[in-house]
Design a protein around this ligand. Structure first.
Ligand SMILES: [Zn+2]
Length: 204
């Protein structure tokens, strides 16, 4: 077993680096024996998460309202991804929420021009629109993911009591992390050992 403690944040699941929508869906997760963890639980942790995925500067002014809007989008992103995984129809409310985020501000950085920096790309109002833009980028990523060729690769981690989602980029990928794979293998070998000791003839 790894020395890693159960309370540390799990390593990013396969696909999170390429799809921020997947990273958002996995930003709350179950820890064996420790209950639920949420990387967006507070404004400070939300700012850290936004900075880690490159959607906000590390010193951004993130308030509780921003954190709660992100958590709300996460509910819908997760619902749509899980509908895809389970081959169920998408909930209209979740589609509406994602499309509202997608169209509220341009997800792309605008082409801007001024005398000093000349041509450059930037958000229209970097401070006030920071969270709107983050929501739009995540929603656009979700749309690309679900409607694109990778959509059918979204899968749920195969470990019991893990609900993280991953991109199954090769057929044998089953776990979201080394930790989940180790946990399942350890449980299987424990079950096998106890089965063997049950069926072994008693020796003295
Ligand atoms: Zn897992």
């Amino acid at each position: 077993m790894h020395a890693e403690t159960a309370t540390t944040e799990p390593t990013p699941a396969p696909g999170e680096a390429d799809h921020v929508a997947l990273a958002l869906a996995n930003s709350t997760y179950l820890l064996p024996k420790h209950g639920r963890a949420d990387l967006l639980a507070s404004p400070a942790s939300t700012r850290a998460w936004l900075a880690a995925v490159g959607l906000a500067p590390a010193d951004a002014d993130v308030r509780e309202l921003c954190a709660s809007r992100l958590r709300e989008l996460r509910t819908h992103v997760r619902a749509l991804l899980e509908a895809g995984v389970d081959d169920r129809p998408a909930a209209p409310a979740s589609l509406d929420a994602v499309n509202a985020a997608l169209t509220s501000v341009p997800a792309a950085l605008l082409l801007q021009y001024d005398e000093e920096s000349r041509w450059h790309r930037a958000a229209a109002h970097p401070v006030t629109q920071l969270v709107d833009r983050a929501l739009a980028v995540i929603a656009a990523d979700l749309a690309d993911l679900l409607a694109g060729p990778d959509g059918r690769l979204v899968a749920r981690c195969g470990a019991p009591s893990c609900e993280r989602l991953l991109l199954r980029t090769h057929a044998r990928r089953t776990w979201c992390s080394v930790r989940c794979g180790d946990r399942v293998r350890a449980a299987r070998s424990y079950a096998r050992r106890s089965l063997e000791s049950d069926s072994a003839p008693a020796t003295s």
